[in-house]
Design a protein around this ligand. Structure first.
Ligand SMILES: [Zn+2]
Length: 675
């Protein structure tokens, strides 16, 4: 069988996090690895999505080019995937030449067939920046939920997709100006004309799709489809390949899915086999936010073009949350893959394991560091690692690492039971993976290790070795075959671990059909040295991750706190009445029986003064001595706890109440005026 498997193109304006891995890339990787192990012809395709407005906005903000932005993130993302063993056949990019050619030819075919509508409409234009304001170039108040900061294409607060002209108080994201409306011409894909086809194809012919996917498609189709623009006024993207379309590019949602096709073209001259042959199964792995594009819009495009196959299935996942909160790039609430690799070097499979065991297959799910630790210590280490280690270490101890003789005529009931059990599990795992139930598949693959662990615990070869050494030969032989089965059955899920295990077993073959066979390693076969497959994750490591997240939460709270309104104006004379000077703190001590008060001696240049200041929670007295600060000298004297305070030390107060002293940037003479 031939398979084309695609994973959603990550957007190249930021790195990737655990939500991406859990939702799309790990499930697609498990599926691809499994099919390859079964001997199928598989192309697993992905790449960076490098067009669209968020990239040009980021480039403008950083004072660089869009190309520099996508180059940076393409490499970060590509490396992260590689580190986690995501085995794409190609990781391509949509800023490549072959993609430009493929997507503009695709557009041209639809255009030449007369399948696109041409329409002039009013769009927002920033006359100061001299450009049309597509999508995220325009912000305003959401007409549906009244949230501020909604974009021209979408409100992130309520999730509605919007037309820029619906926004209340629209503003240009470039200049902040009120934009004007100006006429511009665009091309549209009349999705409404594909409604009947889509209803038949999805709602009737693909009732087996996951219920979350089917349900979302049904509600879109029931609501009725509208023509959708396929072009944009922008200077970053694939230029429209027709005349009189200067300054217009393909809208990013139109060119991105064609990226799967151009990547396949780059990969193999036989690309048409993977996209145009009816015998090929096309499967799109995506997150739930991409369902409409992959189930409705892209199939309509493929259908319109006419020469392509349609997806067999679109097994979209729901979202993964982190410690009870929605993962968010803008709030930096995420576990970034490139950071994980630094903190947990060589432990990529642990994350693969936890994210699969806990995958958001049918509903949103939560990732917690505590569960990460538990799953590593109590499952990977205590069950899989422990079983394999016992089997290999005892083989070295008893037989110098040589697989012992096996006598099929003297099997105990336990021996016979476990030999029968594993082929049944193999069939169950196959069913699970082929129906996209990867959590269940992993659980059943781990069941092989659980059985192995139980088998050794019950047969106790270490006790039997002195009294019945012949029996132990059979036990160790069987335990080694189970280890070999694990090195195949877990390969789709834990590729680094199984590669290490096969190395230890001195087994090069990778073949799904080996699972459950009782002669994978022949008697007399020499195995290699045993090494530990997993290491314990300590409480301190988990605490360090939680501290990192708490720090982010604090930073976010500060960044998002509302800014106080400006007080009413005062005149210049009023301002000059305030006498602010630079002074040096020469002594400081806590005021007895108070929490907040410090008694501070300052040198104003002309005299020494005492000031009582409510800053004790944020500064240690000994750290203050010697510091220059700004002080209001002509404030009326006040008595605090019986001490007379002659002035006020100036501080900046953050929204969380924390204080920072106001000091001159370089040393100045005490008594200098501050104005
Ligand atoms: Zn809204």
């Amino acid at each position: 069988m031939r398979y084309t498997i695609t994973a959603a193109l990550p957007y190249a304006n930021g790195p990737v996090h655990i939500g991406h891995l859990a939702g799309v890339y790990i499930p697609a990787d498990i599926y691809s690895r499994y099919l390859r192990l079964k001997g199928h012809d598989v192309k697993y395709i992905c790449g960076s999505d490098e067009h669209g407005v968020p990239i040009t906005i980021k480039a403008q903000k950083e004072g660089t080019t869009p190309q520099a932005i996508v180059d940076r993130y393409h490499n970060i993302i590509k490396n992260a995937f590689q580190e986690f063993g995501i085995a794409f056949d190609i990781y391509h990019r949509t800023s490549s030449e072959i993609h430009k050619k493929t997507s503009s030819e695709f557009f041209k075919t639809l255009y030449d067939k007369g399948l696109l509508m041409e329409k002039v409409s009013q769009q927002f234009y920033d006359s100061k920046a001299n450009q049309f304001l597509a999508d995220r170039y325009i912000t305003g108040t959401c007409p549906k939920c009244q949230a501020d900061g909604a974009y021209g294409d979408q409100c992130e607060q309520c999730g509605s997709s919007l037309n820029a002209t619906e926004l209340i108080n629209p503003k240009s994201a470039i200049t902040g100006n009120q934009p004007e409306l100006k006429e511009t011409k665009h091309w549209y894909l009349p999705l409404n004309e594909y409604e009947d086809f889509l209803k038949q194809w999805i709602l009737e012919d693909h009732k087996e799709w996951k219920s979350n996917v089917y349900g979302q498609c049904k509600s879109w189709l029931d609501a009725g489809l509208q023509p959708r623009a396929v072009s944009r006024d922008l200077d970053w993207g694939v230029p429209l390949p027709i005349e009189n379309a200067e300054g217009k590019v393909l809208y990013v949602w139109f060119d991105a899915p064609i990226g799967y096709i151009s990547a396949t073209k780059e990969l193999t001259p036989d690309w048409e086999q993977y996209w145009k042959n009816e015998d090929t199964k096309l499967v799109h792995f995506i997150g739930k936010d991409n369902i409409v594009f992959h189930c409705i819009i892209f199939p309509a495009m493929l259908k319109a073009e006419g020469s392509y196959i349609l997806p067999e299935n679109v097994p979209a996942n729901e979202f993964l949350n982190l410690e009870g909160d929605k993962i968010s790039t803008s709030r930096n609430w995420a576990v970034w893959l490139h950071e994980y690799i630094e903190d947990f070097e060589g432990q990529q499979d642990v994350l693969r394991y936890v994210l699969t065991a806990n995958a958001p297959e049918t509903k949103d799910n939560d990732f917690t560091w505590k569960e990460f630790q538990d799953k590593n210590n109590n499952e990977l280490l205590a069950i899989l690692g422990n079983f394999v280690n016992r089997a290999l270490v005892l083989t070295h101890k008893y037989y110098k690492g040589v697989v012992p003789e096996f006598d099929p005529n003297s099997l105990s009931d336990l021996d016979q039971e476990i030999i029968k059990e594993i082929p049944l599990l193999k069939r169950q795992i196959e069913k699970d993976i082929e129906s996209y139930h990867f959590r269940a598949g992993l659980k059943n693959a781990m069941q092989i290790a659980r059985l192995g662990n139980k088998y050794l615990a019950e047969t106790e070869p270490w006790k039997l070795f002195k009294t019945e050494p012949e029996k132990v030969k059979n036990i160790m032989y069987i335990a080694l075959q189970i280890s070999a089965s694990l090195s195949q059955a877990l390969e789709p899920f834990l590729p680094h671990t199984t590669a290490k295990l096969r190395q230890m077993l001195n087994l090069e073959t990778l073949d799904w059909e080996l699972i459950g066979q009782n002669d994978i390693l022949k008697s007399g076969h020499q195995i290699n040295k045993a090494e530990l497959l997993f290491s314990k994750i300590e409480d301190e490591q988990v605490q360090a991750q939680l501290d990192k997240l708490n720090q982010k939460k604090k930073e976010n709270a500060l960044l998002n706190a509302p800014v106080e309104e400006v007080k009413p104006n005062i005149n210049f004379d009023d301002f000059t009445k305030i006498d602010i000077r630079v002074a040096t703190i020469i002594a400081a001590e806590k005021v007895a029986k108070t929490k907040k008060l410090l008694k501070i001696q300052i040198d104003t240049g002309a005299e020494e003064r005492t000031i009582v200041s409510g800053i004790a929670e944020y500064f240690k007295p000994e750290d203050l001595v010697g510091q220059q600060v700004c002080v209001v000298l002509n404030l009326e004297e006040r008595k605090l706890k019986g001490i007379s305070s002659q002035g006020m030390i100036l501080t900046a107060e953050q929204p969380d109440g924390s204080l920072s002293l106001i000091s001159p940037k370089s040393m100045v003479v005490n008594g200098s005026n501050v104005r």
